[in-house]
Design a protein around this ligand. Structure first.
Ligand SMILES: [Mg+2]
Length: 279
């Protein structure tokens, strides 16, 4: 999947301070390292639009209006647990005079539809008809290895349910890299957030915020890493076609969230490592 003809470049908004060494790195999973759930937005947005169209007044809102509203709130919450997008859907239903379902029911139906879309990929991986790296963002594995070799502790935190995250990390043969652990959404959604994982890892390792670097393709992890004084790298991979080009839409949103640098992927892992660790 890696197109070796492109030249890897890092868009630098703010360079990292060289005073602090890097002791821990936090990765988001879907879209940042994993391509298994590529296209989930194309499942969630049409489903949510379907729900809202049932209750919206067509004289007030066109289908396009509904789609725009939906896309906006789905994007804004990307990176948080899926349930938050479903809670917002229920609020939008209510705001239009409808009687919403329990958010958990919206989540179940969304996951059922998404599973249909990704089952084929999961099957390919579990039956070894595809190589794990076919579904890893280019260079991801090598980059994790370089970080580990440098003694940096690695954490993974995802808004996807922990059961699935662990299963998919394993399918991609990435579990061994995350010596800090793999964390995902819990049924009791208030017991997990990326901010909580960050707080805990800072305390456990007696870390200064500036000793943390984060990698993600969504708002939440970028904001959370910046909030503790860490260095946040936005990974703007074009997931449908991970050929080293930037997804402009992701890039813009990552910059809005406060990303300090933008990369297309990890396809020049040593260069990226040097930039971050020995700027
Ligand atoms: Mg993501």
């Amino acid at each position: 999947m890696t197109d070796s003809s492109h030249s890897f470049s890092i868009e630098v908004i703010r360079a990292r301070s060289t005073k602090q060494r890097v002791r821990a790195a936090l990765f988001d999973f879907d879209g940042t390292l994993s391509l298994i759930r590529e296209g989930w937005q194309n499942v969630m947005v049409p489903y949510f639009c379907e729900v809202l169209t049932e209750v919206a007044d067509p004289n007030i809102e066109t289908h396009d209006d509904i789609e725009r509203v939906t896309r906006d709130f789905v994007d804004l919450i990307t990176g948080k647990q899926t349930i938050y997008q479903c809670i917002r859907l229920a609020e939008e239903v209510k705001a239009r005079g409808g009687t919403p379902l329990e958010p958990l029911l919206y989540k179940k139906e969304y996951l059922r539809r998404l599973q249909e879309r990704i089952q084929n990929r999961v099957d390919l991986l579990s039956h070894r008809k595809a190589k794990p790296d076919d579904f890893v963002v280019p260079g991801g594995r090598q980059f994790l290895q370089i970080l580990r070799d440098a003694g940096i502790k690695l954490y993974l935190a995802s808004g996807t349910d922990e059961f699935y995250v662990k299963q998919e990390v394993e399918l991609l043969k990435l579990t061994e890299y995350f010596d800090g652990g793999v964390y995902g959404a819990q049924d009791d959604y208030k017991t997990f957030s990326k901010a909580m994982v960050i707080d805990r890892l800072i305390k456990t390792n007696d870390l200064a915020g500036a000793e943390l670097v984060g990698f993600g393709d969504g708002y939440v992890e970028i904001e959370n890493v910046c909030a503790v004084g860490g260095y946040a790298v936005g990974v703007a991979t074009n997931e449908a076609n991970p050929n080293g080009t930037i997804d402009d839409w992701k890039r813009r949103r990552l910059l809005d969230a406060g990303a300090s640098a933008i990369v297309p992927d990890f396809s020049a892992p040593q260069k990226l490592f040097d930039f971050i660790v020995n700027p």
